[in-house]
Design a protein around this ligand. Structure first.
Ligand code: F6P
Length: 326
């Protein structure tokens, strides 16, 4: 049974970093100290937990980080955490510091691991969804998604300039792991002529036809956004080549640039609210809750509900993007 009275908590950022994680760490630390809790930071995610990289944080530890990308706690992919013997070492390290509550800031992998930790220990565990992929169910947004969309948008706006000047087709590959949620948003707001996502089988002949028709109407550039989970930009460009006459094709893989940079106001606001709510949930004796963003509010939802549902790409958004980019 988890404890009701929490006086010492820890925060960690496992998995891929996302812009806004630092803003969330700051909110967690400041809220904890405001409520007279001791707060520890675990370096390098689950890996640092198992290797004992745990340090007490204070108000100054999180000064000047609200606008910084990445995570001051660092992160490290840690497949070894799937091994229960490795996890036991981590639990011993937490006990040695008297930690009775955990705030896990991360994506879907971190959420699944947080659920396991809550089940195997007496700790109270809460989760803050932070990932550029926005692929966690029951929350409208994850911290970092809006920043990544804006970073990609800025890059594509620039690509559009050169594409138009040279009258070229650009295939732009964006992240999102096996989901098309990030690509869909980037495609819609950048006015991409075509968006290729894993959720929908692509039709290369249809894309080529669309380019041909546009060209005949005098269009001078075409942006095709491909989600990394659907096909690589190189492969897609190869398939398109030969079907397009009188236009060069170029590719651009945006890659990890999408994970960096100063968080946008939207990512920061989510991080401030979710961070404070997470700590207050622990103080109230809550356990196994993810801080979800729903229509402007933060609504805690049980881990089991989040893990039961899969977030899917909103295909009506694809239709809208296609209609607006004829
Ligand atoms: O989950 C975030 C993410 O950036 C995905 O979009 C991407 O597929 C993956 O992480 C890349 O991971 P890594 O940085 O370990 O290569």
């Amino acid at each position: 049974m988890p404890k009701n009275k929490i006086d010492t908590i820890a925060v960690l950022t496992p998995g891929g970093d996302a812009p806004g994680m630092n803003t969330a760490i700051r909110a967690v630390v400041r809220t904890a100290i405001y409520h007279n809790l001791r707060i520890f930071g675990i370096q390098k995610g689950w890996y640092g937990l198992t290797t004992g990289q745990i340090e007490e944080l204070n108000l100054k530890s999180v000064g000047g980080i609200i606008n910084k990308g990445g995570t001051i706690l660092h992160t490290h992919r840690c497949p070894e955490f799937k091994d229960s013997r490795v996890r036991q070492t981590g639990y011993k390290n937490l006990a040695e510091h008297g930690i009775d509550g955990l705030v896990v800031i991360g994506g879907d992998g971190s959420l699944a691991a947080a659920n396991v930790v809550a089940k195997e220990t007496e700790l109270n565990v809460v989760h803050i969804p932070a990932s550029i992929d926005n692929d966690i169910s029951l929350t409208d947004y994850t911290i970092g998604f809006d920043t990544a969309v804006n970073t990609a948008l800025d890059a594509i706006d620039k690509i559009r300039d050169t594409a138009t000047s040279h009258e070229r087709v650009f295939v732009v590959e964006v992240m999102g792991r096996k989901h098309g949620i990030l690509a869909l948003e980037i495609g819609l707001v950048s006015g991409a002529e075509s968006i290729i996502i894993p959720e929908v089988k692509f039709n290369i002949a249809k894309t080529a036809e669309k380019i041909k028709e546009g060209r005949e109407r005098g269009k001078s550039s075409f942006i095709i956004v491909v989600a990394e989970g659907a096909i690589s930009a190189i492969e897609f460009a190869k398939k398109l080549k030969g079907r397009i006459k009188n236009m060069d094709i170029r590719i651009s893989v945006l890659g990890h640039v999408q994970r960096g940079g100063s968080p946008t106001a939207i990512s920061r606001e989510l991080a401030c609210k979710m961070g404070a709510n997470a700590v207050e949930a622990l103080i109230e004796g809550k356990n196994c809750l993810m801080m979800a963003a729903r229509s402007e509010n933060i609504c805690p939802v049980p881990f089991k509900d989040v893990l039961k549902h899969k977030k899917t790409a909103d295909l009506s958004q694809l239709k809208l993007a296609e209609m607006l980019a004829i």
